[in-house]
Design a protein around this ligand. Structure first.
Ligand SMILES: Nc1nc2c(ncn2[C@@H]2O[C@H](COP(=O)(O)OP(=O)(O)OP(=O)(O)O)[C@@H](O)[C@H]2O)c(=O)[nH]1
Ligand SMILES: [Mg+2]
Length: 340
């Protein structure tokens, strides 16, 4: 068979319209959901327009989903934990969507060790939808587009949405504008990481689970638990209605998984009283609006022809102290505004 013959036998590219995609999503068609997420992740302008039409229609659907962020260092056991927690969630009659970090998109112990990172057991369940997301240059695998993917999963009717993200500071702040509850996973013996960057991550955590406390790890895990509890007591309160706890867990033996789920359920009960959850979600939307706006402005600015044309000259003038960085920036902004 010649190459031309093979080409002719290929199916033509199917490009469903907005109505078809939206109806598909609302009727729980995973294929349409995946297609819509691919569209929102696309950088092409024609995809962007269609993606936003789909998204605006999906936003109109009112849901009462639980949005949960699972964060922790590479290899801390996030995917395996999600798989164990996911099984429990499904056994209670709920459905679950997971926006997972694509193990091939970043270097980590998890990706080297393979299979588990893909949550194979969970992905074979009809009650679960797992979508690996490429980090597209964002630290930790979360980008403002993650929020759009959450909205699409909610329109598809999933009761629980989990977002897996690598704890690297900046991405946590972002994920905190998208989810209701953040579970921080830490390895036994990682108490010394509480200095520096991990402190910031602890501040936004709503609970801490020490992972892999099976085998000979139980002694060291108990010490870590005391360290984390002490650290949490020193941190500012995140929600006045909520007290953060530390759990000893193992995704392999199932230890602590039920307690963590109970804790998450208690959190939602506490946050739904007095509409705290709704108020917070509105604040999150406001914060996302400005994050996305800043990004769009930056993109527009740096691709503007006058900025591109004069950037290098101004940079040189700043380097040779002819211009101050302030005057240089001002001059670039002026050329951006002049031709709009
Ligand atoms: N003993 C033990 N090993 C575990 C447990 N949970 C995960 N592991 C192992 O730890 C390794 C990493 O687990 P993953 O779930 O892929 O970790 P991850 O945090 O998702 O990794 P990345 O997504 O790559 O950042 C795998 O080899 C798992 O089998 C546990 O509870 N006990
Ligand atoms: Mg993983």
């Amino acid at each position: 068979m010649s190459i031309n013959q093979i080409h002719i036998r290929l199916k033509p590219y199917y490009d469903p319209d907005v109505d078809t995609v939206v109806n598909g999503i609302m009727n729980g068609d995973r294929h349409m959901l995946s297609r819509a997420i691919t569209l929102i992740e696309s950088q092409k302008p024609e995809h962007e327009k269609k993606a936003h039409e789909i998204l605006d229609r999906c936003l109109a659907k009112k849901t009462s989903s639980l949005r949960i962020g699972i964060t922790g260092s590479p290899g801390s056991g996030k995917s395996t934990f999600i798989e164990a927690l996911g099984e429990l969630i499904i056994s209670q009659g709920l459905t679950l969507a997971v926006l997972a970090i694509d193990p091939s998109s970043h270097q980590s112990k998890g990706s080297i060790l393979g299979d588990k990172a893909r949550m194979e057991k969970l992905s074979s369940r009809k009650e679960a939808y797992i979508r690996p997301t490429a980090s597209s240059g964002y630290l930790g695998g979360t980008s403002p587009k993650t929020h759009e993917a959450i909205v699409l999963c909610e329109a598809a009717g999933y009761d629980v949405i989990m977002v897996e993200t690598v704890g690297v500071g900046q991405s946590e702040v972002l994920v905190d504008t998208m989810v209701d509850f953040i579970l921080l996973l830490m390895l036994p013996g990682s108490g010394d990481e509480l200095q520096g960057i991990k402190r910031g991550i602890m501040e936004i955590a709503d609970a801490v689970a020490i992972t892999k406390t099976d085998g000979d790890q139980s002694g060291i895990a108990a010490i870590s638990r005391a360290e984390f509890e002490a650290a949490l007591r020193m941190l500012p309160v995140k929600h006045p209605v909520w007290q953060r706890e530390v759990f000893l867990t193992s995704a392999l033996t199932g230890k602590g998984i039920e307690e963590v789920w109970q804790n998450i359920s208690d959190f939602f009960t506490a946050m739904r009283k007095g509409n705290i959850l709704d108020t917070r979600r509105r604040e999150q939307l406001k914060s996302l609006l400005y994050t996305v706006l800043e990004e769009m402005l930056k993109k527009e600015f740096f691709s503007h022809p006058d900025v591109v044309a004069s950037k290098e000259r101004i940079e040189q003038e700043v380097l040779s102290t002819e211009l101050s960085p302030f005057s240089g920036a001002k001059s670039l902004i002026d050329s951006f505004i002049r031709r709009r």
